[in-house]
Design a protein around this ligand. Structure first.
Ligand code: HEM
Length: 420
């Protein structure tokens, strides 16, 4: 941890986003541990008056309780937070939730959320996901063959990025050869999001969203004219009594699935391999005990979560860890921090592929539990099974690792390895 990364200085600094400090991007876990022991429900010392304020949760108990939200005391609509109203004109979320119509389920509360998720679930079924298994296996085989033939690869560029991007493209029914193009847009969008408040970032975010939506509108149009056996066609067809997805909802859902469908899974594959490289005994164990595979994926998800956190807004008075939280407070749920809470996962900084029980929160919890968890697990298993079975040796080709600049969607920019 650098000297600049104390809790107070983190929040006192203005943009650029202080969480984008390279040392923190490389390893945020010491800061999480410090926050968890000093103040697990921290009221962030913001430099501006922020009404009900911003709270940061780093303990498993509180993160779990807010995400589960059994008593409906939290909303996912960021604009309900006092602090977001103050910054409204500067935040990309204003664009995401704005009149542009980005009405995705991720940013809706019940009953709208229930309706949207219900309609989308009619199309995005477990059967559709499990039918992808042979295709995912074949893709992993061919990407890994190419890497093995060369004896080296950039694990991110050559495998972790293309696999989920091609899979989501084929699932949605957009041309798989477009994956490089939409990956370029989406990766620039993810990198631009945390830079809110910086000159020009809002225009960049708005223009990338427009470009992506424009692309998806054309794909939806094509599927309307000639429906196929794909998710976009099924979403167009999805109906419940007289209800169906509106045009805006279709676009927002397609965009959410496209982005969520590959950015996060890339980071499971990338962060997962790095964790194994840093724990060679566990990599060896994966080879020797293939029956550990399912548990291993959960431990990799726990150990270095692709999604490090999410936010909720209090809509009622709540008491959390002895702190009173008022309506309008923004609550940051530290998923990555909760996963390393020693009260739930003893010796949390140790990777243990046989760990039991694992209660990671990497896919969230409650009504917004990740809709793509089964697909992400399917892809993760295919990659790490192939790694255990087909790769005799794999090692880092460079120690100089660079992380992407989004501290919430945690992942490496590249991961050069030698393999045989
Ligand atoms: C390892 C990979 C993945 C991780 C770690 C992950 C993580 C998450 C998390 C933490 C949430 C909840 C966010 C919140 O509560 O605010 C979420 C929601 C969601 N995820 Fe994933 N995700 C992954 C892969 C995928 C894939 C492959 C898809 C789709 C193909 C997907 C689609 C979604 C959708 C649609 C939601 C919104 C659900 C709702 O609001 O009801 N995710 N994901």
């Amino acid at each position: 941890m650098t000297a600049a990364a104390t809790p107070a200085s983190l929040f006192a600094a203005g943009p650029p986003n202080p969480l984008q400090n390279p040392a923190l991007l490389a390893n945020p876990y010491p800061l999480y541990a410090a926050l968890r022991s000093a103040n697990p429900v921290l009221r962030a010392p913001l430099p501006v008056e922020s009404g009900a304020g911003v709270f940061v949760l780093t303990r498993h108990a509180e993160v779990e309780s807010v995400l589960r939200d059994a008593e409906h005391r939290f909303s996912v609509q960021r604009r309900k937070a006092d602090v977001f109203r103050l910054y409204a004109d500067r935040l990309p979320v204003a664009i995401l939730e704005g009149p542009g119509g980005m009405q995705s389920m991720l940013l809706q509360d019940p009953p709208s959320h229930t309706r949207l998720r219900g309609l989308v679930s009619k199309a995005f079924t477990p059967r559709r996901v499990s039918a992808l298994a042979p295709r995912v296996e074949a893709l992993v085989r061919s990407l890994l063959d190419e890497a093995l033939e060369r004896g080296e690869c950039d694990w991110i560029h050559d495998l972790a990025e293309p696999l989920p991007a091609v899979v989501i493209a084929e699932l949605l029914g957009v041309p798989p050869e477009d994956h490089r193009t939409f990956r370029g847009w989406s990766s620039r969008l993810i990198d631009a999001l945390p830079a809110f408040g910086q000159e020009g970032s809002q225009a960049e975010v708005a223009s990338l969203i427009d470009t992506l939506l424009d692309y998806l509108r054309r794909q939806i149009e094509a599927r309307r004219k000639s429906p196929g056996d794909d998710l976009l066609s099924a979403l167009i067809e999805a109906r419940d009594a007289k209800d169906a997805l509106s045009e805006q909802e279709l676009q927002a859902t397609a965009l959410l699935l496209l982005l969520a469908g590959h950015e996060t899974t890339t980071n499971l594959i990338g962060n997962g391999l790095l964790a194994l490289l840093r724990h060679p005994d566990q990599l060896e164990r994966l080879r020797r005990e293939p029956e550990l595979l399912d548990n291993a994926i959960e431990e990799l998800l726990r150990y270095d979560s692709p999604v490090q956190g999410t936010v909720r807004v209090a809509i009622a008075d709540v008491e959390l860890g002895g702190q009173r939280i008022e309506p309008g407070a923004l609550v940051f749920c530290g998923i990555g921090a909760a996963n390393r809470d020693p009260l739930v996962h003893p010796d949390p900084d140790r990777l243990d592929l046989a760990r039991q029980p694992i209660r990671h929160l990497s896919f969230g919890l409650g009504t917004h539990f990740c809709l793509g968890a089964a697909l992400a697990r399917l892809e993760g298993r295919a990659v790490f099974r192939a790694l255990g079975e087909r790769v005799r040796s794999v090692e880092l080709a460079s120690e100089a690792l660079v992380y992407r600049t989004n501290p919430i969607l945690r992942g490496l920019r590249s991961l050069p390895v030698r393999l045989a």
